[in-house]
Ligand binder design. Sequence first.
Ligand code: HAM
Length: 412
Amino acid sequence: MLPEVARAWEYLTRTAQELFARYGYEPIYTPLFEHTEVFTRGIGEATDIVSKEMYTFTDRSDRSLTLRPEGTASVVRSALEHSLVPQGSYVKLYYAGPMFRYERPQKGRMRQFWQIGIECLGAAEPSVDAEVIAVLIRFFEAVGIPLENMRLLINSMGDETCRPAYRETVATFIRDHGEALCEECNRRAETNPLRAFDCKNPGCVEVMAEAPLFRDELCDECADHYEAVKEYLDGLGITYEEDPKLVRGLDYYTRTVFEVQVDAGLGSQNAIGGGGRYDRLMEQYGGKPTPGLGFALGFERTLLALEAAGVEIPAPPLAEVYVARVDESVSGMAFGFTSALRETGIAAEMDHQARSLKAQFKQADRLGARLTVIVGPDELDAGEVTVRDMGTKEEVRVPIEGMAGRIAALLA
Ligand code: HAM
């Protein structure tokens, strides 16, 4: 990430930190790579991520390790290992960093991409689903994506009571329509039938449009949970579309899943963020039954969406004040003034390279400085410096005594 993009990353993470703190989320950092099993177990052997996209290697002790393709598995592994979920309560965690998937690179899809995510472990209530969804939408709003550019899709993936039967229903449907479906979807009937809803092949899309929908086959508990989530979202005034074909690409989901998509700027990689509930994941790592849910959003796709919406990422000036030297005789004083300004809390830069005054003004403009302090022998003899307003080009003399305070006042 070059400075312009790195600055945007910092802007997004700063916005996330401020917003997530209001919802009670604490930071967590997990390793960039883990034992491969952490991901195969959690994300699921039959998913694209595990079967095709992981960067897996053996280390010098012949252990199989994998660069993290996402954050949830590691956070849950860590929460179990360090008993982070308080008895009878929940813990709220957020993370930000690079993830790795061996996908076919294209616009908005890279092999190293950056995610910001949250996970809430220990809470089963539907109000928390609505809260997590709200955090995601509020984040995108806060960074500047207009609400009307976003589409929030929600669905329920059921649970261990109703999903096995529904999976079988879809598997049967696939087998019955095998000839009209691609080879991969035929294989999915045996491994991961619900993934057929996500096939991009036009023929498969057409056939799967007729497949039985989960929302008609949810058990009572899952149906009630889903209804309650929608009511809470309504209460927050958050608009959503129900998408009964939204299945997401990870196996750990139960009940609520959601995705935020945008139309402009992204082509087919239009999901800027997504997540859901995973009430059985902790058990898959050998822990006690512990509900959980969260989301992750993609940094690069968020940037593309911001660009498409014409939003400029705020870029603070590299210097608010530039200290220019008339000649080298005043170098020591200029150096001291620059340092005094910085200690007052002002972003200041000086000329280190004995450039002409004209070149120094140019440099001041380039850095975005609003004021330039001109230090010359004549001014110094009078116990003063000249302060030039880079906008109006007006100049005033300011006593050296108390200069930093005066400049702070001028900037304010
Ligand atoms: P995911 O949908 O796989 O979910 O990824 C979340 C977001 O990461 C996507 O919406 C997208 O913006 C971004 N993303 C994914 N793959 C790429 C890629 N190759 N290039 C660029 N951006 C990408 C998860 O990762 C889950 N862990 C989310 C979650 C958290 N569910 C529950 N808790």
